[in-house]
Structures are given as structure tokens and as C-alpha cells.
Design a protein around this ligand. Structure first.
Ligand code: ZN
Length: 476
């Protein structure tokens, strides 16, 4: 099967140029001006952009949390992702408390195998970093599950103390893995949250008020220092606050190998969304949405421009308002944490970044596709280049559409961006050579998506442009 995409402009992270693209089977076979070659299917991309499919490095399909499960399955979640121009996700498998990493991984393979509509990889959430599991980390890296998420938040659930974090960081200097951190000071947040509830603040706004930005900044700095001591790189998921960004900037001034992502909700939403009574539960995620007046959102955009923030993931973790978010009526601490977003990321960052003039089209592609491919070890993804997987989106940078739960494909009963008009949309989406979305029609199938064994972080370091330098020597 050969598909020829004609008349468009290729937008890669490093260049933007007019060219046609020939897809042969699952790969990009040929790129050139006015290609005149036989093909089974021709797609007219006149006036459109040809971009590498989005890579969302942060999703939680069917995540158990707070007595319920994130609603999207691998089938519904990856289908929604594809409609939004994303052709790869990396989802978080969860180690069961007291169990091994592989027990968690087996469960996630079962959830995804035969159901995913686009390609997928896994990160491993570490619930319980026991010493005897350190060698198992090495085996996971060899099996292509190359990073591990630890938490300074959620005491009693996912929380790891400093010693456990340090040991995990040190292990990655031996096995080439990468530690991903949820950095908020959970034990202290719990003190403030309990005070708020005791004083009668039980609505969702309490979630935002309890989790001070400084608690994220403190935990970010602490982990950066632990990583420096271990001689390990570290990656911060869902960075939301100026306090944390300043610590990452300082680390970059020092030449430390520190990566950080932010998410659309921290760029486009704010603390005031958590108001409005229990409606605010739709916006409960951790870290929380931050106060516009304090300037967090503007600083995060600056971070994306300066490359102190390297990419945008979603932390897609959808819970219905009815029946799931409602578990937290009367106590914001019981609201399941998470928002839907896997479908909206590419368009939101285009609209808020490119259309508004903050970033170039190439930087947008880097943030939503190329940087995650590099950092998370996916050498066949993240660029429209010969020999790479034909994960391609024909993108209309001018088409305007309105985000709404009535029209989105995520299996969740609300949209965080209900009624927001965005400019830019995916017209044709190709996953490893197969057209899965064309002009709003679903042509994909469950089971088309393959598990991706990822490369260890040496790959990420070798391909880093701006901050590339070897990790500092271990101390002691
Ligand atoms: Zn997450």
C-alpha cells in the first residue's frame, strides 16, 4: 500500500519546506518536490501542513485512583488521541503496592494489547521502591520500559521518601533509565488541606488553595539536588508553577541534565476554574491549576520558548463529572485527581502558541512530537523523514473549531475547554502508514497500535540540542 501526500508543507522541528511525501507500507519512503510516482491513494494537502504525529508522553488510561478508574480505555483513549492528531502515547503502568514492577506491567499489557488504535509505550509508576526491586529496574530498561515515576506527593499511596528517591536515581546511572518525578510536598499539603476542611472549606477550590506553588518549588529543588548528588538526570512531569520553573532554570544555569514538561491545563486554565461550587471538581488535578494573577501561565510560556520546558504532555486522566468526580462532594480531598485532554493538546498548543505568535510552527512540532520522541527514546518517531514510521498528520493551520464534550471522542461527560474556539485541526491522521482519521471519519481499528520498546536515555542525551552534556560525576 502506497500513499502519496501532495502539495503540502512539511513542518519538522528543524525545518519547514514544501514537499510531497510517499508512504510505502508502514514507513516514509520518499520526500521530494512534485513527486511523480504511482500510489494507491493520493491525499491532497494543498495549503496544509504535513507534521509528524503527536506524541503524548503522559497519559493514564484506566488508572485506578481514589476508589474508581480513569474512564478512557486504551481503545477509546487512543482513538480520541488520533482524532486530535496524536499517534503515539506513553501510558503509566502502576506497580501494585507490595508487588513487583512486572506484575504492574503485565496488567497494563493486558489493558492495551489488541485494544490500542495507535502505538504506545509504558512508563512505570513506582508505588513501593523496595531495595530488592532495584535490579528489576535494570530488566525493565532492557525490555524497553525505560523510565520510572516517583512521587513526593500522595503519602500512603504513591509517596516515596528522599532515601528511596535517591536510590532509584542512583540506579538509573547504572542502567540508563530516567526518573520522572511528581514533585509536590505531599505530607505538608495534607496538613494544609486538613486545616481547610476543619475550617469548613470542603469545595473543590480547597484543592487549589491547599497545594501552594511553593510546595511544588520546594519538592522540585529537593529532587534536583538529590539527582545532582546521585549524578543522574531527572525529568519533572506536569510542571505547573513559577516556583518550580525557577528551580529548573537554576539547574540549567548549573548545566544539570534536568528535563521538564508542562500540560495544556497549566497554560490555558487557572485557579478560578476551581471555584463555582462543585463544578470546580471538573478541574481538580495535581498539581492544581494556578492563579493567573500570580503570572504562572505567562512564565510557563516563557519556559516553553526558552527550552527550560522541553515539551507538552497532557496527564490525560478522565473522570466523569457525574458519578466519579462526585465521590468528592463534601470533601475536596476525595475528588479523583485528573482531567481529560489527550484529544485537545495539539490544537491548543497550536492555537495558544503558534496562532498567538509566541512560538514558531517548528517549535510547536518539537513540543508536541519531536522532543518527546527524543527524550523518551523513540528513534522511529517524531519527524517526517525518510525511513521513519509513517505517523503523519495533514494539519490545517487555518481551520477553526469549537472544543466541546458534545463533539469530542474521549469517553468522559465534560470538556475542560467547553465552548472554546481554537484555530488549527487535524484533517488526515496516519498511524504507521494506515489512515486512521480522514475529514472527521474514523477509519482506524482497535489492535492496530503496537507496543513500543523504547531506547534507554543515552539516546535522549545524545540527541539533545541545547543542554547536552554528560551527567556530573557522582558525589562520594
Ligand atoms: Zn500523571
Amino acid at each position: 500500500m502506497k500513499t502519496l501526500i501532495k502539495g503540502g508543507t512539511i513542518v519538522n522541528a528543524d525545518a519547514m519546506f514544501r514537499a510531497d511525501v510517499l508512504v510505502d507500507g508502514e514507513e516514509i519512503a520518499l520526500i521530494g518536490v512534485d513527486l511523480d510516482v504511482p500510489a494507491d491513494k493520493v491525499i491532497d494537502a494543498t495549503g496544509k501542513w504535513i507534521i509528524p504525529g503527536g506524541i503524548d508522553g503522559h497519559t493514564h488510561m484506566e488508572l485506578p485512583f481514589g476508589g474508581t478508574f480513569a474512564k478512557d480505555t486504551f481503545e477509546t483513549g487512543t482513538r480520541a488521541a488520533a482524532f486530535g492528531g496524536t499517534t503515539t502515547i506513553i501510558d503509566f503502568a502502576v506497580q501494585p503496592m507490595g508487588g513487583t514492577f512486572h506484575q504492574g506491567l503485565d496488567i497494563w499489557h493486558e489493558k492495551a494489547d489488541g485494544k490500542a488504535c495507535i502505538d504506545y509505550g509504558f512508563h512505570m509508576i513506582v508505588s513501593d521502591m523496595r531495595d530488592e526491586l532495584l535490579p528489576e529496574m535494570d530488566r525493565l530498561v532492557e525490555e524497553g520500559v525505560t523510565d520510572f515515576k516517583l512521587f513526593t506527593a500522595y503519602p500512603g499511596v504513591f509517596y516515596s521518601d528522599d532515601a528511596r528517591i535517591f536510590k532509584a536515581l542512583r540506579q538509573t546511572t547504572r542502567n540508563g533509565g530516567l526518573i520522572l518525578m511528581h514533585a509536590e510536598n505531599g505530607p505538608v499539603i495534607d496538613v494544609v488541606a486538613a486545616d481547610l476542611v476543619a475550617q469548613g472549606t470542603t469545595d473543590p477550590i480547597g484543592h487549589g488553595l491547599a497545594r501552594y506553588p511553593v510546595f511544588e518549588g520546594e519538592a522540585t529543588n529537593r529532587v534536583i539536588r538529590l539527582a545532582k548528588a546521585a549524578g543522574a538526570p531527572v525529568y519533572f512531569v506536569h510542571l505547573s508553577a513559577t516556583d518550580a520553573l525557577d528551580e529548573v532554570r537554576q539547574a540549567h544555569h548549573e548545566g544539570l541534565p534536568v528535563f521538564a514538561e508542562t500540560c495544556p491545563q497549566y497554560l490555558f486554565l487557572g485557579l478560578d476554574d476551581l471555584g463555582n461550587g462543585f463544578e470546580g471538581s471538573k478541574f481538580v488535578c495535581s498539581p492544581p491549576l494556578r492563579d493567573w494573577k500570580a503570572g504562572h501561565q505567562a512564565e510557563l510560556w516563557k519556559g516553553l520558548i526558552s527550552d527550560d520546558l522541553q515539551l507538552v504532555g497532557t496527564d490525560h486522566c478522565p473522570f466523569d463529572f457525574h458519578g466519579q468526580k462526585e465521590l468528592g462532594r463534601g470533601d475536596f480531598r476525595k475528588i479523583p485527581n485528573g482531567l481529560p485532554g489527550v484529544e485537545e493538546r495539539v490544537d491548543l498548543v497550536h492555537d495558544g502558541g503558534v496562532v498567538s505568535g509566541k512560538i514558531t510552527p517548528s517549535r510547536w512540532v518539537e513540543l508536541v512530537s519531536t522532543a518527546p520522541a527524543r527524550i523518551f527514546g523513540l528513534p522511529k518517531k517524531g519527524s517526517v523523514s525518510v525511513g521513519l514510521d509513517a505517523d503523519i498528520v495533514v494539519y490545517d493551520p487555518n481551520r477553526k473549531h469549537v472544543l466541546s464534550a458534545k463533539t469530542h471522542h474521549m469517553d468522559v461527560d465534560y470538556s475542560c475547554y467547553e465552548g472554546r474556539e481554537v484555530q488549527g485541526g487535524s484533517d488526515v491522521v496516519i498511524s504507521r502508514g494506515k489512515v486512521v482519521v480522514e475529514n472527521g471519519q474514523w477509519l482506524g481499528s482497535a489492535g492496530h497500535g503496537k507496543f513500543l520498546r523504547r531506547e534507554p536515555r543515552g539516546f535522549a542525551e545524545a540527541t539533545r540540542s541545547k543542554l547536552a552534556k554528560p551527567a556530573p560525576a557522582a558525589v562520594g
